[in-house]
Design a protein around this ligand. Sequence first.
Ligand code: TYM
Length: 334
Amino acid sequence: MIDGKKVLFSGMQSTGNLTLGNYLGALKNWVSLSDEYECFYSVVDLHSITVRQDPAELRKRARALLTLYIAAGLDPEKNCIYYQSHVSAHAELSWILNCFTYMGELNRMTQFKDKAAKHADNINAGLFTYPVLMAADILLYQADVVPVGKDQLQHLEITRDIAQRFNGIYGDVFTVPEPYIGKAGAKIMSLQDPSKKMSKSDENTNASIYLMDDPDTIIRKFKRAVTDSEGQIVYREEQPGIRNLIDIYSACTGKTPEQVEAEFAGKGYGEFKMAVGEAVVDVLKPLQDRFHDLSQNKDYIDSVIKNNAEKASYYANKTLRKVQKKVGFPEKVR
Ligand code: TYM
């Protein structure tokens, strides 16, 4: 609890171009929850280097992502928006938690297996211990809730296991966090292969809607989206392409899948795809406009970066000091 409010933590990697999946699965929910909780939203650049990055590009993308958080509607006066690399407690707690995490647990992580397969030439130790850093992120702020898309649930589970293990040994040190998964949009699938999630790293650019895609590109990608030959707009397992489009439309308009089915009963795929494209443009266009305005305001963004890193460090260091004491590190002599 901070000032009587429960704490929320979440983060995103500043790698690649953010997709509609990132927005509907995470960012959109962050905004809707931000009044209710004391919120920490990190640009997790430490995580990004588990895959080789171009330094200038990484810096540029990290700043763009931080700006995007604000453009999406997170007020940096109320929400702590900061770079993970500016708060050294993340790396320090991560080391400690590494010593409370088993190789067997990390071996089971599906994201590690996927990424190791994709980057076979660079299966580094950071990629393997990635979930421990994520646990450190969350536990440092004593977060009660962590809004994420479905693909991060396994990492939330290991975070809870690490917290409970540590608490079991040392007493109540960490709050055990709960995941928060939104009603719609928790797993947005590729537009070209609805059996795969929409991902920033997909090589086929038609498979993903990027948050900065212009309206024409968005409409064109939806027109080309892979569906099926059934011809009916029905929300069911057997029609994963249409199901995904209904999910996207629901998440953008707030309508339930049943309402969407009723709206498009008897209509063709062409008309439906057009409507989904327009609904997405309606959501993304204002965000893009705010993003471009904010990006011009260098001093403002700089002040957010500075002030919020200080605020995050204050809370993170409080937990870190408690943990250091519990595990038996000597007190500093002042
Ligand atoms: P990342 O950067 O891959 O994704 C950021 C958020 O977007 C969600 N997401 C999706 N949701 C629905 N459909 C999709 N296709 C889709 N793709 C991505 C993700 O679930 C995530 O919520 N490891 C994390 C970042 C992280 C983190 C944390 C998150 C680091 N520390 C602590 C929460 C708490 C990641 O790589 O997310």
